[in-house]
Write a protein that binds this ligand. Structure first.
Ligand code: 4NP
Length: 164
């Protein structure tokens, strides 16, 4: 379908945070009847996990929330991704730096948690989704909550309902 708005979620490995963000955001757009308005995907700035499913801890939390946890990890493709996706949504400051270093248009690059209205006015250092990969299972619950809280605000922004 033409006229879709592209939203790409980006983390480091594309097996924990950005897949969760993609699952949550896709579910939200579906529940709102807006799914066909968006092209939604996720990727990693690294390629170590390309071709793999999501981390089992991400899968467990996603399924417990009723989300479709199917996923195939892929690496960022700067040449096409920076053109196809109007919104490049980074999970942390490192992901964002990498995007900008690779030439992403600055106006397309955002931190996911900047869309969480509860965090309005906070410094950027507090607007990150920390990497849960080397931590325990409860880090994945916390990661889901951060992602979920931000996705509503993100949808308002990308659907043109908010001037954030
Ligand atoms: P993600 O987590 O960036 O949220 O997918 C990570 C997954 C794997 C690795 C690092 C972070 N890794 O180093 O393999």
């Amino acid at each position: 379908m033409t006229g879709q708005t592209g939203v790409l979620f980006i983390c480091l490995g594309n097996i924990c945070r950005s897949p969760m963000a993609r699952m949550v955001f896709a579910d939200l757009t579906t529940r709102r009847g807006l799914a066909n308005r968006f092209l939604i995907d996720s990727c990693g700035t690294g390629d170590w996990h390309a071709g793999e499913g999501a981390d089992p801890r991400t899968v467990a939390v996603a399924r417990a929330r009723g989300l479709d946890a199917s996923h195939i990890a892929r690496a960022l493709r700067p040449g096409t991704d920076f053109v196809t996706f109007e919104y490049l949504i980074a999970m942390d400051l490192e992901n964002r730096s990498r995007l900008l270093h690779l030439g992403a248009p600055r106006e397309r690059v955002h931190l996911l948690r900047a869309f969480d209205p509860a965090l309005s006015g906070r410094p950027e250092s507090e607007l990150v989704v920390p990497d849960p990969y080397y931590g325990g299972d409860n880090g994945f619950e916390a990661m889901y909550e951060m992602v979920n809280s931000a996705c509503e605000g993100l949808l308002a922004r990308v659907s043109g309902e908010s001037g954030q």
